[in-house]
Design a protein around this ligand. Structure first.
Ligand SMILES: Cc1ncc(COP(=O)(O)O)c(C=O)c1O
Length: 351
């Protein structure tokens, strides 16, 4: 049993402090290919950027994102990870009432609570395959929709006709890049013209930059103006701005990542499903939510045992709407996925 109550995955530092162990990190849903050679090469030159302030407007990067999506620069705001933008939204619009699905990414709740919002949680039920069921009565100032949803891995908005009734609907597409048909699924083109939508995108997951902190938002230009008024200057450092540009241009890397995740997602799902006391839920993203169907085992015990094997998973017991029978794993490289499956098989046999 571990007494670690991490709010999020990816806390390899705490594991190192407590267990003096290096782990394969299945708890943060980050591209297993890591940094490309081109990025590593560029990084060695980035020291030149450090004695200067970053471009406060992030002009070059914004220009490139605008080109990538064929939208206007005035519709884009760069942030210190999409997390900065989630808090900017809460503070700029100060919702009285917010709709949040459960389970989902916990920072929506923290962000709007910090401005005193009331929250209505929309329960995603296993028996409905965690789909979102919004009715005409579900109205609020803001709703936060993670699409695909963390931690369940499904699209909450599959059909763009789904009623999204709030005055402002924030569609968080942190994992959307992993979908080969993301251009069909994204709300980016709705958001540039319709003030009821904001889209969040992240460089963290798909481009494996969690340590640099960079993401962006796409919205109507009037909303961008309001958000800019409260954003601290220079919140995105120059190295992050520079490397994000290189990654966004790298079509080969983007395709290679999608192919890898596609193949390994299927492999990992089948192997997890074959372990009799585990039930993975289908996912379109680069991670799975898994249910433990075993009265003697819970996610905390399992997390502790896997740490001893050098593997870190995300215990999901602190997600609103889940319990100690759930954990989440990222899709990683073939070799690492096999390691995870072997360790799980061994632990399940012993328990
Ligand atoms: C759904 C979702 N949105 C946003 C974030 C934050 O990402 P970033 O690193 O861009 O701040 C996360 C991180 O786990 C997430 O799961």
């Amino acid at each position: 049993m571990v007494d670690i109550d991490f709010l999020h995955g990816g806390n390899i530092y705490e594991i190192k402090r407590r267990y003096k162990k290096e782990v394969i990190d299945f708890s943060a849903n980050v591209n297993p290919l890591g940094l490309t050679k081109a990025v590593k090469r560029e990084l060695s030159k980035c020291y030149r950027l450090i004695p200067h302030y970053p471009d406060p407007e992030a002009k070059d990067l914004i220009g490139q994102i605008a080109e990538y999506w064929a939208i206007e620069e005035q519709n884009i705001l760069i942030g210190n990870g999409s997390i900065e933008i989630i808090y900017l939204i809460a503070h700029a619009f100060k919702p009285e009432k917010t709709l949040i699905p459960a389970p989902t990414f916990s920072e929506y709740e923290r962000a709007v609570k910090s401005v005193g919002s009331k929250i209505e949680f929309l329960k995603l039920r296993e028996m409905d395959s965690f789909t979102l069921n919004i009715t005409n009565s579900d109205k609020a100032d803001i709703s936060f929709i993670s699409n695909p949803n963390n931690p369940t891995g499904n699209l909450l908005v599959e059909n763009k006709k789904l009623v999204l009734n709030s005055k402002l609907n924030v569609i968080d597409e942190a994992f959307m890049d992993f979908l080969p048909d993301e251009r069909k699924r994204t709300f980016i083109w709705e958001a540039v013209k319709d003030k009821r939508f904001i889209v969040l995108r992240s460089f963290t997951k798909f481009f494996a930059l969690p340590g640099l902190r960079i993401g962006y938002l796409v919205a109507h230009k009037d909303l961008i103006k309001r958000l800019k008024q409260i954003q601290p200057p220079w919140s995105v450092n120059s190295i992050a701005q520079h490397l994000a540009r290189i990654l966004l241009n790298d079509r080969d890397h983007i395709e290679k990542t999608r192919r890898l995740i596609n193949e390994e997602r299927e492999f990992l799902f089948n192997k997890l499903a074959a372990l009799k006391r585990l039930k993975p839920y289908p996912s379109v993203a680069n991670f799975f939510l898994v249910n433990i169907i075993d009265s003697r085992l819970d996610s905390s015990i399992l997390t502790g045992r896997l740490i001893q094997e050098g593997i870190l998973i995300r215990d999901c017991s602190n997600f609103r709407g889940l319990d100690g029978k759930h954990f989440r794993v990222a899709v990683r490289s073939h070799r690492e996925n096999i390691k995870l499956i072997n360790a799980l098989r061994e632990i399940l046999c012993r328990s």
